[in-house]
Structures are given as C-alpha cells and as structure tokens.
Design a protein around this ligand. Structure first.
Ligand code: FEO
Length: 408
C-alpha cells in the first residue's frame, strides 16, 4: 500500500486490520479497522502515532513508508499522541531498529512509555503549546486529556492546517485502499457513519465531557484536514466530523430526572427465553409503529452488546425487554445494563417489560442497576407466562406512550 499525500510535507500511512480479534479485547470489528500514522517531512522527519503489529500491519507500513522514500531507521522523531497499544505495540521493535529517534509525548505519555515498554532514554515530554521544528515545517502540541486516556494530546501542523487527532474523530471500518473523505460514495459514508457512532459509543462515550472541552480548546485553529488514527482523513469536509463528534458528545449530557441526550428515536433491546417476552415486545412495537417513531432493534445475547450500546447511546428512549431469570434479570441484559452504566448512557426515557415464570424478581435488580443512569421510567409491565389479550393491549398502549414522549 502507498502513502497518501495530504500536502507536500505530510503523508498518511495506514494498515487495514481485518481480523476476528476483538478491538480492545471486547468490541467486534467484523468490517475491520484502520490504524493510521502520519509522516511529516522537513529536513528532519517525524512519524506521528505508531501501530501494533496486528494482522500484518508492520509490512503494510514498511511498504507505505518505502513509497515515499522513507524507512523506520531514518525517522528523527516519533510522536505519540496516545499510548494505547493499538498505536504503540510495535514501539519496542521500532526502538530496536531506530535507537536514535527521539520519542515525544506528554509527561503522562512518557510515563506510559516507561511502564509499557521499559524504555528510559531518548524520551521528551512536551506541554501544551510546545513546538517542534523539523527545519522546514513546524508541529505544535496541544494536551487534550482523557480523549480517551489521561495522557492524550493532539499534534497540529499549521502550514497545511492538519490536525493529527489520534483516537478523537476516529471510526471503525477498514478503508480498502482509499483514505480521504472525498474518495468515498454517499452510500459508503452511511456505512462509516454507523461505524463511527459505534466506535464513539464503545470507546469514547465515557469521556464526552472531555471531548467537548477538547473541541472548544481547538476552536481557534484553522483546521483544513482532520487526520485521526482510525478511519478516514477529512480533507474536504473537516467540519463534518468535528460537528458529528460534538453531537455525539451532547448525547451524554443529562440532568437527573430529565431526558435529554439523543435523537428522536427509540432503541429496542430485547431478550427472550421461550418467546413470551417477545410476544409482549411485538405489541409494544406495534404501538411505536402506529405513532411513526423510528426505532432500532437489537437482540441480546445474539447480537453483541457493542451494537446495543451504539443504538442506545444515540436514541432518546429505550425499550428493554427481558424475562425474569431465577428471581432476577435475564443475565445477558444485566450485562448490557452494566455496560450502559460504565459508558454513561445517561438521560434516557425507558420502558421495561418482561415475562416471569414462577414469580417476578427482575424489577428489584433492575432498579438498583439503573440508579446511576438518571433515567426517566415510563410504567413498566410484567406478566406471568404468556401475555393475555388484555395485557397485549396494555403493552401496545405503552409503546404508543413512549413514542409520543419522543415526539413531544
Ligand atoms: Fe486507538 Fe485508544 O487507541
């Protein structure tokens, strides 16, 4: 694969990762992910963000570097905006091949270089506003902590107006030989937008406050190109991805007892053991459809929690359908709620429904699980065994009630 030119002095290099491995050991990436790095060439050369040798990444980067006459042993500075090992796993091998390059990161980043990779020389900690002169091109560093690790920073190249933002403004989805936003069709953008939402919900959503702070901090820069560490490079419409991230960050904002975050849609997340909870859910969905409110639907555990999380993060309201299981919540749904709490799925309006066999029990555990989530609940509905015709009518009305709240 060749390097992709951003300007006379700036190039994007990336590896498409196609693997059955889970991202961060937890999130599925069936359509892959890209690991992006950048080469900035003055008389001196900087390489921005490394990679993990994953699914043949090393060979893809060597080939891309060679396409612009580079090699790892000719790099003068290695800039690490973020230390998560998807961007640094190859650092030990890099150092073996290039003992002289200076490794640059924030002070917290340098501590992580030491703890993860046991390197203790050739390291430089930079602070907010520090500059690096490459003799012909200059880089500026801005600390943007907690997007999404404490040490994170971005690197700015003023001449081309390129912001190297690492995980911020990133997305899942392999790129397949192209890299710039103007090289993808509108249909492809629809796919990548879904993968961007899932990436944000899975990786970044707990840190939305810091995303908003980071966007405000960078507001004065004349950004002509957003160059993240995953996903496409935004040279035609850089504002699109910045505004998208600002919108996503706003989904996390919620005040106690007040539904706020999300779009006017409903995320249905359901589970069923023998179809009795599903019968009730079908009635709720009839009610939602009668009101014409858009909804997504995701069954757990059949579909991974990654998708339920993305749907729930985006929607104003949720339907959670689960049977009682051994006097408590159906275990896959308990896991979903635990992930929602960790990922700050705040401020939703929620309808919970479900069937029970011997006695109920999901309610108590559910109410404890959602205490921290600042959700507004519409009256829940539980029934014994299979729902009666009367109960189905009530369930349909509950679906309509929830949809009307979303529409109001
Ligand atoms: Fe792509 Fe947080 O690493």
């Amino acid at each position: 694969m060749k390097a992709h030119k951003i300007s006379e002095q700036v190039y994007c290099l990336y590896a498409d990762i196609q693997t059955e491995d889970l991202f961060e050991g937890i999130w599925p990436i069936p359509r892959g992910v890209s690991l992006n790095s950048y080469l900035v060439k003055g008389k001196k050369t900087a390489f921005i963000d490394l990679f993990r040798d994953w699914s043949g990444a090393e060979g893809q980067f060597e080939e891309a570097l060679a396409s612009v006459g580079g090699a790892f042993d000719t790099i003068d500075y290695l800039i690490l905006n973020h230390l998560e090992p998807d961007h640094t796993g190859w650092l030990g091998e890099f150092r073996r091949r290039n003992p002289r390059a200076e490794i640059i990161s924030t002070a917290k980043g340098i501590n992580l270089v030491k703890s993860f990779y046991k390197l203790d020389s050739g390291l430089r900690a930079v602070k907010d506003g520090d500059k690096l002169d490459l003799d012909g091109v200059e880089l500026v560093f801005y600390e943007t902590p907690n997007i999404h690790w404490p040490e994170t920073m971005v690197t700015w190249e003023p001449a081309s107006g390129t912001l190297f933002s690492c995980d911020a403004f990133g997305s899942f989805g392999a790129l397949g030989g192209r890299v710039f936003d103007d090289e993808f069709t509108p249909e492809e953008h629809v796919f990548y937008e879904k993968e961007c939402l899932r990436y944000y919900a899975n990786i970044v959503s707990s840190f939305s406050t810091f995303v908003e702070r980071g966007i405000q901090k960078l507001d004065g820069l004349d950004i002509k190109c957003v160059a993240p560490s995953h996903g496409m490079v935004w040279r035609k419409n850089p504002k699109d991805i910045i505004e998208r991230y600002a919108r996503y960050a706003s989904y996390s904002r919620a005040e106690a007892g007040k539904s706020s975050g999300g779009e006017s849609e409903i995320a249905v997340i359901w589970s069923s053991m023998y179809g009795n909870t599903k019968l009730g859910l079908d009635a709720v969905i009839r009610g939602i459809e009668a009101e014409g409110v858009p909804y997504t639907i995701c069954r757990v555990p059949d579909e991974d929690v990654s998708y339920a999380l993305a749907n729930a993060f985006k929607a104003q309201a949720l339907v959670l359908a689960m049977p009682t299981y051994e006097y408590a919540m159906f275990p896959p749904m308990a896991y979903v709620l635990d992930i929602f709490r960790r990922k700050h799925i705040f401020g939703k309006t929620v309808l919970r429904i479900g069937s029970w066999g011997w006695v109920g029990g999901a309610k108590k555990e559910y109410e404890t699980a959602i205490e921290a989530l600042k959700w507004e609940s519409v009256p829940s509905m539980e029934w014994a065994g299979s729902p009666t015709a009367e109960e189905l009518k009530v369930l349909e009305e509950r679906g309509k009630d929830l949809a009307r709240i979303v529409k109001s």
